[in-house]
Design a protein around this ligand. Structure first.
Ligand SMILES: [Zn+2]
Length: 206
């Protein structure tokens, strides 16, 4: 088996979504702190602010995904816009649940620390993979594990190469709810060349 990964492209890909992640953490955490501190005392207003952040960052992640797939991220077509808007709309109910918890019961400091990451993994990062699929559905992608330890699903997928549409058809992408590690997944799908490798038939799922 020979795996030939296009290294330059990968590094660029990982860096681009990484910078969206860093900016998200820098923006979301202070907003959450302000809500918890009583600086934003109206639940509706808090929800609007979070929804607006999700909108801005979902678009950014989507553009990064297009670029990672080799398409100019500045020109979203109608299909892209419909897909991303549907994704953003689908996050709205999660925001309502979240602000309900924030305003009724509150969350602990530890929970607050985890929330920014959870929202990125659950609501922003999926937009990146949606765009990647739109741009490069027939491209070959290699499953790479980044964490020191990965779950059974990701251990099974490590090193496998498939067309992006094959991965997506099985709902297998990093942070997918189908994985045992779910949103905690730190894996990446990176563009590879060569041939499809491995099987998606018996993936241990969560
Ligand atoms: Zn994983």
């Amino acid at each position: 088996m020979s795996v030939n990964i296009t290294h330059d492209h990968d590094n660029e890909t990982l860096k681009s979504i990484g910078s969206v992640e860093g900016d998200w953490m820098a923006r979301f955490s202070p907003v959450l702190a302000e809500i918890r501190g009583g600086g934003i005392s109206n639940r509706r207003r808090a929800g609007d602010i979070i929804r607006q952040l999700i909108r801005v960052f979902s678009y950014r992640a989507y553009r990064e995904g297009l670029m990672a797939g080799g398409v100019d991220g500045d020109t979203l077509d109608d299909e892209d816009t419909i897909a991303i808007d549907a994704h953003i709309k689908a996050q709205s109910a999660f925001v309502s649940n979240f602000t309900s918890v924030l305003f009724k019961e509150g969350i602990s400091d530890d929970e607050a620390k985890q929330k920014a990451q959870l929202w990125f993994d659950g609501s922003i990062k999926p937009a990146y993979y949606m765009a990647l699929e739109s741009a490069d559905t027939n491209g070959l992608y290699l499953w790479v594990t980044n964490a020191a330890e990965s779950c059974e699903s990701c251990d099974y997928l490590r090193g496998q190469i498939h067309r992006l549409k094959a991965w997506r058809k099985q709902d297998l992408f990093p942070t997918s709810s189908k994985l045992i590690c779910k949103m905690a997944c730190k894996c990446e799908l990176v563009r590879a060349s060569g041939k499809p490798t491995g099987s998606l038939g018996n993936v241990p799922t969560g």
